[in-house]
Design a protein around this ligand. Structure first.
Ligand SMILES: Nc1ncnc2c1ncn2[C@@H]1O[C@H](COP(=O)(O)OP(=O)(O)OP(=O)(O)O)[C@@H](O)[C@H]1O
Length: 778
């Protein structure tokens, strides 16, 4: 068995699979379901593929499935670890391996696969699992006709009584993965019982970290096995109802730790007969803060029980810690360490924002990316959740959800959201884990999450059960590095995008309005038809366009916005220079030099400057207040230069040219964490720090320093709010998030109106600093 693995496959003889050749789908579902039943010391892992996805109606690709490869294959021992089944990482490697190899009998694997798939689908059907009739019936009634992959992987070992640690991506059906085998056992047990005691004690305890999640698990179990008595216990509501329910005899208790402890302490909840324990969101349940409570609860459970841990994230410390509570657990990991941790159907975007532009961008993102569907916006603090929700409400119906809101209101809000009464839920991480709300199209992280796990869970509120969804991460320029490490930790890639252009927002708004027109009652339409006819005769399509504009909330033209930081009232211009005319490279200084020559007011009022990333283009983009931009565009400019208003940003250099002195101070990360760095910005900028009395640019530069921590990584940890940004909210503070600010010597530039002082930019003519092109000795 050196390079081969021996697998026990239900009643069939052991099957030896060489590591060079595999059997495409020789055994499929039966293998999956029965593998752990066999002599466990003999098998390492099993690779399941689209035969898993297909019967589930996920198809083989198109982003809708779970990303399984085309065939079922077995893992050579080199890849699998003992007590580990079904790693998707292993799937991938072995998928390739099996695709290149023939089947053992030399037949064409694909044919075998197709012919085999038909019967697999059958075997995997809920109706073929040997479930008690009423359980199978209620599952099927709910549309659960086939097991999902994690459910298949867990089914047999769970029935065998193994302790488990199971990881599978968000929205892949982990609740029923533990639910189905437990309910099977429970139902079978009760079918043998003559009658059920009214005072029976719970056999199953499921712990969840939040009340909403506990309620949801309760619902899933109740709907799957309505004939059992399932009681949910959680804080924030009266004890009476829960105590009464428990006293009537109970089979399954689902709850949050705090209330469970209270009920144990007042003797309303007795856990002495629990046979099955589940920790949902196990990594959170065992994290600091929860673990003590969990431990306390476990002390009340019989030592002989089956324990199962489930989560979409399972940091290694959880596995270590869980040894305390589990007996020789089987690891079932459908995620894999090297692979992307997010569900397959989630499209990821990242967008750089500033504190002040955040809210405008937020509502634009919702308009453009959710297209009228449901959105969850995650904030760092409760206050942020309230404020963002309030701010959005004037544009889009939205509600806040967080821990300070009364439990009844929390439930009303969640129900309203589920039912589509409003489309935007603004929540703290109380909603990050587990919540299964159908058709959430968009998740927005309005602030960086505290850790990669939270990112995975928050994002996982969309793209569930094989559906597609979008997650957008908003970050400030100082957090760019953290975003990169997030990519590494989660194994994902963001598409970095600019804020939606005004045109896109208008178009999406119009589309949404058009979609709502179908809902207008025909009788109402009749009332308006004569007026509509008259209007069309008088104004043609303009009449309808005006109606759409009004309904979209754009009865006035939207004010222009910077493409760089999305600030209203600003425009982004592009300056390019013919290579024949170029001297030296394009830098922030040379842009300043150019503007000082052509239109000094523009140099005074300029916002951000970025150099175009394309090496073949000598160019930069920069922001100007709308009126000044208009003036500038009417000015005569030196030959070989082109200046224009743009509607889409070209690719930009991240940190500015390294040879530019200003670039040295460009990465705010350098300052945001190091405290009193020797690159003291204040010093470098001519004492701008704290310079509230300085002129505008000096002031701006001082703000950019001062806000470093507020918008930096520490903000996500410390729960800074939009408000902190907004309180600083003059348009000048917006520039405080500059990727790199133009003013290596802002204080000196700020005096450019006073020509007697030295000129801080570079000459546009010769590229040297210290003088203007008009004063150029060359
Ligand atoms: N076999 C199945 N067939 C059809 N739908 C299913 C099946 N199993 C689960 N579902 C549905 O899939 C959705 C996601 O399931 P669930 O909430 O259990 O996911 P999860 O893996 O626990 O997600 P999270 O990690 O976010 O908690 C639910 O709506 C559930 O009813």
């Amino acid at each position: 068995m050196s390079s081969s693995t021996v697998l026990g496959v239900s009643s069939t003889p052991y099957l030896e699979v060489s590591s060079k050749r595999t059997t495409p789908l020789a055994t499929t579902s039966s293998a999956l379901l029965s593998l752990p039943l066999a002599d466990k010391s003999h098998f390492n892992a099993l690779i399941a593929t689209s035969s898993v996805a297909k019967p589930l109606g996920f198809g083989n690709g198109g982003g809708s499935g779970f990303g399984f490869k085309q065939s079922l294959t077995f893992v050579p021992s080199a890849i699998a670890t003992p007590n580990t089944v079904l790693s998707e990482e292993a799937f991938k490697r072995l998928g390739e391996f099996s695709e290149n190899s023939g089947s053992l009998d030399g037949s064409d694997g694909d044919e075998d696969y197709e012919s085999q798939t038909e019967s697999d689908e059958d075997e995997l059907a809920i109706s073929k699992l040997g479930l008690p009739g009423r359980l199978a019936e209620s599952l099927e009634k709910r549309g659960i006709t086939h097991l999902f992959p994690i459910q298949r992987a867990v089914f047999e070992p769970a029935l065998q009584g193994r302790d488990l640690i199971a990881r599978a991506k968000t929205g892949t059906g982990k609740t029923l993965a533990f639910g189905i085998p437990i309910l099977k056992r429970l139902t079978e047990g009760y079918e043998q019982a003559i009658s059920l005691r009214r005072s029976r004690l719970p056999k199953v305890l499921v712990l969840a970290p939040t009340r909403e999640l506990a309620r949801q698990v309760e619902k899933e179990i109740k709907e799957s096995a309505p004939y059992l008595n399932t009681v949910c216990v959680y804080g924030g509501v009266s004890y009476n109802t829960q105590q009464n329910a428990l006293s009537r005899g109970v089979d399954v208790v689902v709850g949050t730790p705090g209330r469970i402890i209270d009920l144990i302490n007042n003797s309303s909840l007795k856990l002495g007969e629990v046979e099955y324990l589940v920790l949902d969101e196990a990594d959170q349940m065992l994290a600091v803060g929860f673990e003590e409570d969990v431990e306390l609860i476990l002390e009340n459970l019989p030592p002989k029980r089956q324990s199962m841990l489930f989560s979409a994230t399972m940091p290694s410390w959880v596995k270590k810690l869980s040894r305390k509570y589990l007996d020789n657990p089987l690891n079932i990991d459908l995620v894999g360490n090297q692979d992307e941790k997010l569900a397959e159907g989630i499209k990821l975007y990242a967008i750089s924002t500033t504190a002040t532009s955040k809210r405008t961008i937020l509502s634009d993102l919702i308009t453009v990316y959710a297209k009228g569907g449901k959105t969850i916006v995650f904030t760092q603090t409760k206050r942020d959740a309230d404020e963002v929700s309030l701010a959005l409400t004037s544009i889009i119906a939205s509600e806040a959800l967080h821990g300070d809101i009364s439990q009844h209101q929390r439930e009303r809000t969640l129900n309203g959201f589920r039912q589509g009464k409003f489309t935007v839920l603004v929540a703290t991480d109380v909603a990050a884990r587990g919540l299964d709300i159908p058709n959430v199209d968009l998740v927005i992280h309005s602030e960086l999450p505290n850790d990669p796990e939270t990112f995975v869970h928050r994002s996982g509120r969309t793209g569930r059960a094989g559906k597609e969804g979008t997650a957008i991460l908003m970050f400030t320029s100082s957090q760019r590095r953290t975003v990169r490490s997030l990519e590494r930790d989660v194994g994902c890639k963001f598409e970095f995008v600019s804020p939606p252009a005004v045109e896109d927002v208008l178009e999406s708004s119009a589309e949404q309005v058009v979609a709502t027109l179908n809902g207008v009652h025909p009788e109402s339409v009749e009332f308006f038809t004569p007026t509509a006819q008259r209007l069309i005769e008088e104004k043609g399509t303009d009449a309808l366009a005006a109606a759409l504009a009004q309904l979209s909330g754009f009865s006035r033209p939207p004010s222009s916005r910077s493409l760089i930081n999305h600030e209203q009232g600003w425009v982004t211009l592009q300056l390019t220079r013919d290579s024949a005319f170029s001297r030296g490279f394009m830098s922030a200084r040379s842009v300043m030099g150019f503007l000082s020559d052509v239109y000094p007011t523009a140099a005074d009022e300029i916002g951000k400057i970025h150099i175009i990333a394309d090496d073949r283009v000598q160019g930069a983009v920069f922001d100007l207040p709308e009126e000044i931009a208009k003036e500038l565009l009417n000015k005569q400019i030196p030959p070989g230069n082109t200046i224009s208003k743009i509607t889409k940003l070209p690719a930009l250099q991240d940190d500015g040219p390294s040879s530019d002195n200003y670039g040295r101070f460009s990465s705010r990360d350098r300052f945001s964490r190091g405290g009193g760095s020797r690159f003291s910005r204040g010093g470098a900028r001519g004492g701008a720090r704290g310079g509230g009395s300085m002129d505008r640019r000096g002031f701006r530069s001082s703000r950019s320093w001062g806000s470093d921590d507020e918008d930096g990584f520490s903000s996500s940890r410390g729960g800074r709010s939009f408000r902190s940004g907004n309180n600083r909210g003059s348009r000048f503070s917006t520039s405080s998030d500059d990727d790199w600010l133009i003013g290596g010597s802002r204080s000196s530039r700020s005096s450019s109106r006073d020509s007697s002082r030295s000129f801080g930019g570079a000459c546009f003519n010769c590229g040297k600093s210290g003088h203007r092109a008009s004063e150029c000795p060359n």
